[in-house]
Design a protein around this ligand. Structure first.
Ligand code: S3P
Length: 456
């Protein structure tokens, strides 16, 4: 994997304790998952889709560019984005490689779209994405008749010849992954008959909600923990208006900062509160966090609300493995909360973290160690020995992973000595404006005095 050493343009940052509590009322950028899906469903619909609050992060802009390369019209119109779609089965072959940058969601969901279009395409990504497993979508999608040719180990770059007459799939997910589920459903849009997905544990259901919003027939039934999703193929999707809520995974950073910096009080407006995304809020509440929801409502089929955060001295937590799908992207920032909580926390069942933008399990442990925290990895569990004071003073290698970079900058707000990160550029993939927004709340984030000595 690329390291910061061979990226001379890397942008290090330092974070230090602010002199005052954090305070203010903010809005975090739009939800990344919903933004990708709004662009894709818009491109697969007939007529116009207007999207308000789209996340203009690099990951989502890759999806916008890919949809354009596949023949849809995608343009910014004032504060909104307008997509004029080509209808199901109507996408055209791109005349160049589709580069999905750092985004696993964009790459995997697009594999689903391309699998049931009779066109040839080639997909690649940055060094992080080229290292991530694609077999989890290639294998099930091949059964619809698409032919995928991947680099060794099922990695990008990937050549895709979509099926001429795609067969509907019936698939039980071996891992809890909303990306894999969504890829199968997207392929099923252009297959005759009913596509079925069974998930052993519920994962985020934005695809199901949005499919309905665009006019598809989707049924969901639950049998214990298992969910069964059925989609009737070849519906006529109609362009729709989508209002994208604030991303709860982005809200996680100011929320934890507000809980940890003594005396802080924050309000985050219009954050998505889909119950399949709120595992972090549940965990923080179990740790004693003072979090209140105000003005709950439903917007484009998704629950939203304002979150009020007040500083609280937190207690350690034992997080069960079944909570992982509802907070899969929030473990690095939860780990920071645990490092400052009283007692030993155990975060269980984190195998999936090993295949995120980085090996997030190892990288989260390394981040904590760089700040002087005692941590262990036991199997797939992360054990963190928390204390009200942590020394800090270290350099964190972020491995092209936006969520590690942001977590480490929040960590530096509460450690005795500043924390430094080797590269902040990847923050823009999901949270453009993160540093300025945190500074507006009173956080101390600056360019480091000198370039950090690189580790490894
Ligand atoms: C996402 C699903 C999650 C998550 C990712 C976004 C989605 O991945 O980590 O950031 O939009 O479907 P998995 O479902 O593969 O765990």
């Amino acid at each position: 994997m690329e390291s910061a050493q061979n990226r001379p343009q890397a942008r290090p940052l330092a974070a230090a304790r602010p002199s005052r509590p954090l305070g203010g009322e903010i809005r975090v950028p739009g939800d990344k998952s919903i933004s990708h899906r709004a662009l894709m469903f818009g491109a697969l619909s007939l007529g116009e889709t207007r999207i308000a609050g789209l996340l203009e992060g690099e990951d989502v802009l890759r999806t916008a560019a890919a949809m354009q390369a596949l023949g849809a019209s995608v343009e910014r119109d004032g504060d909104e984005w307008r997509v004029t779609g080509r209808g199901i089965g109507g996408l055209v072959a791109p005349d160049d490689v589709l580069d999905m940058g750092n985004s696993g969601t964009a790459a995997r969901l697009l594999c689903g779209v391309l699998a049931s279009h009779d066109i040839f395409s080639v997909m690649t990504g940055d060094a992080s994405l080229r290292g991530r497993p694609m077999r989890r979508v290639i294998e099930p999608l091949s059964a619809c008749g698409a032919v995928f040719t991947a680099r060794v180990g099922g990695r990008l770059p990937l050549a895709i010849q979509g099926a001429r007459d795609a067969l509907p799939l019936s698939y039980r997910l071996p891992v809890a992954s909303a990306q894999v589920k969504s890829a199968i459903l997207l392929a099923g849009l252009n297959a005759r008959g009913v596509t079925e997905v069974e998930e052993p544990e519920a994962t985020r259901d934005h695809s199901e909600n949005m499919l309905r919003h665009f006019g598809a027939e989707v049924t969901v039934s639950a049998h214990g923990k298992t969910r069964h999703i059925a989609l009737r193929g070849q519906p006529e999707l109609r362009g729709a208006d989508v209002l994208v809520p604030g991303d709860p995974s982005s809200a996680a950073f100011p929320i934890v900062a507000g809980l940890l910096v003594p005396g802080s009080s924050l309000v985050l407006n219009s954050v998505g509160l889909n119950p399949l995304r709120t595992g972090l809020l549940d965990s923080l509440r179990e740790m004693g966090a003072k979090l209140t929801i105000r003005n709950p409502s439903v917007q484009s089929g998704e629950p939203i609300g304002d979150i009020v955060v007040e500083y609280t001295a937190l207690a350690a937590i034992d997080v069960p493995p079944e909570r992982a799908p509802s907070m899969i992207d929030e473990y690095p920032i939860l780990a920071i909360a645990c490092a400052l909580a009283n007692g030993t926390s155990r975060l269980r069942g984190l195998a999936e973290l090993r295949v995120k933008e980085s090996d997030r399990l190892a990288a989260t442990a390394a981040m904590l160690r760089a700040g002087g925290v005692r941590v262990e990895i036991e199997g797939d569990d992360l054990i963190i020995h928390g204390a009200a004071q942590q020394p800090g003073g270290g350099v964190v290698e972020t491995h092209m992973d936006h969520r590690l970079a942001m977590s480490a900058l929040i960590f530096g707000q509460v450690t005795a000595n500043p924390m430094t990160i080797d590269d902040s550029r990847f923050i823009d993939t999901s949270f453009p404006g993160f540093v300025a927004l945190m500074q507006s709340l009173g956080a101390r984030i600056t360019a480091p005095n000198r370039r950090p000595a690189m580790i490894g």
